[in-house]
Design a protein around this ligand. Structure first.
Ligand SMILES: [Zn+2]
Length: 61
């Protein structure tokens, strides 16, 4: 038990639920097949939203 998890690292990407992904990462990648592609765009989208929120706050004042 647990031997497979040692040879292959976990994805660990934050899901939209706010929890860590429990899938095994793909070979030669730090993310699973679900997050290897979507993760970056999802992160960028979230970052943009946060930036726009910050801007909106500054404008209001
Ligand atoms: Zn994942």
């Amino acid at each position: 038990m647990g031997i497979v998890a040692r040879t292959q690292s976990r994805c660990g990407a934050l899901t939209q639920k706010g929890t860590r992904c429990q899938r095994l990462a793909m070979e030669n990648a730090s993310r699973c097949n679900l997050h290897r592609g979507d993760w970056s765009t999802y992160t960028i989208k979230k970052r943009k939203e946060a930036e726009e929120k910050a801007k909106a706050r500054k404008r209001r004042k």
